[in-house]
Ligand binder design. Sequence first.
Ligand SMILES: Cc1cc2nc3c(=O)[nH]c(=O)nc-3n(C[C@H](O)[C@H](O)[C@H](O)COP(=O)(O)O)c2cc1C
Length: 352
Amino acid sequence: MNLFTPFAQRSLSLRNRLVIAPMCQYSATDGVPSDWHLVHLGSRAVGGAGAVIVEATAVSAEGRISAGDVGLWNDEQLAAWQPITRFVTSQGAVAGVQLAHAGRKASVLPPWQGGHPLAADAGAWQTVAPSAIPFDAHWHVPQALDAAGIAKVIADFRAAAVRALEAGFQLIELHAAHGYLLHQFISPLSNHRTDEYGGSFENRTRLVREVIKAVREVWPEHLPLWLRVSATDWTEGGWDIEQSVQLARDIKSLGVDLVDTSSGGLVPHAKIPVSPGYQVPFASRIRHDAGIATGAVGLITESTHAARIIDEGAADVVLIARESLRDPYFPRRAAQELGVPITAPVQYQRAW
Ligand SMILES: Cc1cc2nc3c(=O)[nH]c(=O)nc-3n(C[C@H](O)[C@H](O)[C@H](O)COP(=O)(O)O)c2cc1C
């Protein structure tokens, strides 16, 4: 039983290998997290996870998916995160944050309002991307970033990492998956640039490497840095697992400690063969071929399945998203089902 053994990375130790995956709540005002975030993230820390990773947190206002996204581009946001990270860590979970820029998928409504691009009179903002190619018909046409725009993106990630530390986070995950800005750069389907940021694998991955380097310069040596990738676009001619393995090899030496392995999101109509654990083979490939720790995610809803992924060496951690919305105490339930004694908060011990 390895799922409930600690997972050490740099100076940090996760108490177990169940991690709450980043999940947008679309419930912030001006990027400032609210009481909702304290209760939502706090419950999942009480629920026993090894780490709780905060949703895609924008490094700039224009990098938000929706107007309700949280951010870390100013000090008001920084201060609002402090009580949240304090509570999460007080419950024994590592507080992680996913730093993100939505690129061409920015400026949309929250899913419960349809998720469509914002109308001009509803506060739409200019989106940016490697190339002026919209995500889909009727989506915003992004502005292709120029050199100054790219430099600003890198500086924004760096500044957000500085704020993340002061906000009390112990783990940063960079979002290079699901069709957001960094993924838009690495995929040939969304990056048609002819400068040093487009064309070859080396050029398409330049921005993600530069962001990693900038973040690593300010993020302490003793704290881990993770990268979330989409291992494949599930589309002919797109980003794929071979390129993901190569990227994982390249970023290891830049100070990335784990590749959180998801898939898809770059193009709207990809055919994705969804089934329980369907992305686990990608995590396993990257782990074995690139020699870096990985996280498995996607339709993992049962304790025995999560335990098997770790036991078989397919991944080092298992990220749980929707099952933890159905049951914020999923890690406690998993421990019970697997017969692993774990402590409950003292306030709850009469029930355990
Ligand atoms: C409500 C919701 C919000 C999400 N927001 C994010 C996000 O902010 N960043 C991200 O990388 N993935 C996000 N995801 C994807 C999840 O992290 C996860 O990869 C996906 O749901 C598959 O895992 P699951 O089958 O355990 O739900 C979101 C998923 C859900 C359901």
